[in-house]
Design a protein around this ligand. Sequence first.
Ligand code: GDP
Length: 434
Amino acid sequence: KPVVAIVGRPNVGKSTIFNRIVGERISIVEDIPGVTRDRIYSAGEWLNREFNIIDTGGIDIGDEPFMTQIRQQAEIAIDEADVIIFLTNGREGVTAADEEVAKILYKSKKPVVLAVNKIDNPEMREQIYDFYALGFGEPYPISGSHGLGLGDLLDAVAQHFPEQVEADYDDETIKFCLIGRPNVGKSSLVNALLGQERVIVSNVAGTTRDAVDTPYSKDGQDYVIIDTAGMRKRGKVYESTEKYSVLRALRAIERADVVLVVLDGEEGIIEQDKKIAGYAHDSGKAVIIVVNKWDAVEKDEKTMNEFEENIRAHFQFLDYAPIVFLSAKTKKRTHTLVPVINMVSENQTLRVQTNVLNDIIMDAVAMNPTPTHKGKRLKIYYTTQVAIKPPTFVVFVNEPELMHFSYERFLENRIRDAFNFVGTPIKIIARARD
Ligand code: GDP
């Protein structure tokens, strides 16, 4: 998917525009993988073209001076985006900070669409002419607060979308990525995995920008490690900022089928691990929890169980994810990871038989009656699997509102018990039967 970034000095309305563009999609689609809690990166859609959008204003650069922050946000946009929306404020006119941003964007050679925000009514339109001076051609008048002009702006943005930005891999190829905070051992684990294999093609420049994927084969199965480059430390200032690495991780998750959440067994679980694990869960991809540096942990026969309980307590939402303990450094137990990757990858594409599925749901209902609300009882007519990756089930009912979260959870568990869905989230959607 093409990536669009919104750039501009503070207070021009970047987040408002971002929410407008994303919000219109949220009303169409129920569940969007990759939508993060802090929402600096999200999916959008315009005229049936899907894209991802970044609000660079949401990237926290830290205590740098004002101009440095603006400059770094612009640089991130240039690195990451296919098209840049340069946002300005029509009420304040062209400022020195706008000119500064313009200079950076000008050098980048990325397509830039200039938008003038806060043009809330037609009388204000003449304010936009000053903005021609920024040198990006026609300025698009918009109003974030009134939702005006966004259509024309997105038309202009979509014209710059590249034809094909994603590298294509065979359907049979297992695409996985490794995410985790810095220093948990992601790069070491990649090396450990590749060290044992013959690398057939190394570092195929995958897609856009500097995402580098590493394909390899083992025992007749093809794999691709998504965005191996993202795990390298390039030493740029902004790479160390947490949100930037989150952005990078989200992009890798989006292109992968299986996500390895890597933890540091020596240091244990910290808050940042939970956040990262949350992104993995939200994505709907298959997830494996990898506890690395197991060599450095002093162990007795109980240690592994205790660590596992600790993980389960911290990551309740990932209760479907298998846990693998290993050491990338000594390569001890690293061979146990590959079969688990194969297994979860298979599970996320599992299709169950409709009649078996409905028998299970009927048994479940007999065991635990459906919830009632205001004297009305939920009735389940029929259940069918509508999608894989993740396996998604539509339950046809009398009134979807009567499907309580806890009951949905109960049905999910019954389905999990009956079929082998280890490692993959499953989705249940209650829909009214017409
Ligand atoms: P990344 O930032 O997640 O890619 O982490 P690296 O792969 O660069 O590893 C960070 C540090 O942890 C390095 O000093 C590694 O040598 C060390 N490390 C990685 N894996 C292991 C492991 O299994 N055991 C131990 N003891 N150290 C490890």
